[in-house]
Ligand binder design. Structure first.
Ligand code: SME
Length: 148
């Protein structure tokens, strides 16, 4: 687990937003053995910043909006379900073993994108409709409880 760092300077010094986000990441990672890497990126300005994650450390700690699968999700305001990452020109490799990737946007109560779940799998086409529904539900709950 990795701390997200200060998102809001008005928070008390003891307040740890990573605890909330880390708990959500742990839960999502427990949903399926096919979820080999699970993390949350937090949107700050025009960049996504890697928060808590489970899996191999990624070199992509900051991703600009529009870059990679993660940045495309924000730019297009649309979740991404990529069955084979090798077919995506703009894919940013986190692990050579990754074959499919699911990005689910997290929105606040006003509908503004505030972050995303990023899930990688070693299996081609790992993410079915049930996975998408489950992760979207958690993204919605987290968005409603987002530490502002
Ligand atoms: N594959 C992502 C980058 C993040 S790593 O997978 C953790 C992308 O293309 O945006």
């Amino acid at each position: 687990m990795k701390a997200v760092g200060p998102i809001n300077p008005e928070w008390p010094v003891w307040y740890d937003p990573a605890a909330v986000l880390g708990s959500a990441v742990r839960y999502v990672a427990s949903l399926s053995p096919k979820f080999n890497w699970v993390g949350i990126y937090v949107l700050r300005g025009s960049s996504l910043h890697l928060g808590p994650f489970i899996g191999t450390p990624s070199e992509h700690k900051v991703i600009r909006v529009g870059q990679g699968v993660c940045g495309t999700a924000v730019a297009e305001n649309a979740d991404q379900n990529v069955p084979d990452v090798r077919a995506r020109d703009n894919y940013l490799a986190c692990s050579l073993e990754t074959r499919s990737e699911l990005v689910i946007l997290i929105r606040d109560l006003k509908g503004k994108v505030i972050g995303q779940f990023d899930i990688d799998s070693h299996v081609i086409n790992a993410f079915g409709p049930d996975d998408v529904v489950q992760v979207r539900k958690i993204a919605q709950e987290l968005g409603e409880l987002w530490p502002e």
